[in-house]
Design a protein around this ligand. Sequence first.
Ligand SMILES: Nc1nc2c(c(=O)[nH]1)N[C@H]1C(S)=C(S)[C@@H](COP(=O)(O)O)O[C@H]1N2
Ligand SMILES: [Mo]
Length: 191
Amino acid sequence: MNDNQPRLPPGQFLTGKFPVLHEGEIPEFNRERWGFRFFGLVEKERTLDFEEFSGLPMASVKADFHCVTTWSRYDNLWEGVLARTIAGLARPRREAKYVLIHCEHGYTTNLPLEDFLREDVIFALKWEGSDLTREHGYPLRLVVPHLYAWKSAKWVRGVEFLSEDIRGFWESRGYHNNGDPWSEERYSSQE
Ligand SMILES: Nc1nc2c(c(=O)[nH]1)N[C@H]1C(S)=C(S)[C@@H](COP(=O)(O)O)O[C@H]1N2
Ligand SMILES: [Mo]
């Protein structure tokens, strides 16, 4: 957090609850069929099964969470695999400038590679010391603390590295392409 800005972004209110927000049904987790794939403009495309993914080096991130519908929740403790660790395995090519995150049921969200590589971006398996609950993304979700929470994709299955930006699910349905809560980048009409 920057010292000269307040902790709560403009237009947000603080909640101690952890609301559940998503489009569609909660997917079933099938351990045998699950895979996490990194692909596109990388040196090493690969699909990790759940055991392999769970065996990657783990990290934890404590971060505030800001939903564009105006609720914010402070100090969420996430544990999992840093986006940087995944990029280290995939080795993005020089032309890779964006990522598209792929989830169950076709949900996607996009980020500049630079944002993806921030030190606190994490593929979380746990929240507050326990496995994610199904409604919060079990078994795996992305957490991007510095952007609105629709970028924190639940039920993640892969990451695609791209040279051109491709808008994700909400970014194609009226929400801002970047989604910086400090600048209130809420709607695509502001772009
Ligand atoms: N796969 C998927 N991930 C998603 C969404 C979704 O609809 N599908 N909604 C996003 C939105 S809008 C928000 S605010 C957060 C909410 O996370 P939570 O339900 O764990 O609070 O999840 C994000 N991740
Ligand atoms: Mo949201």
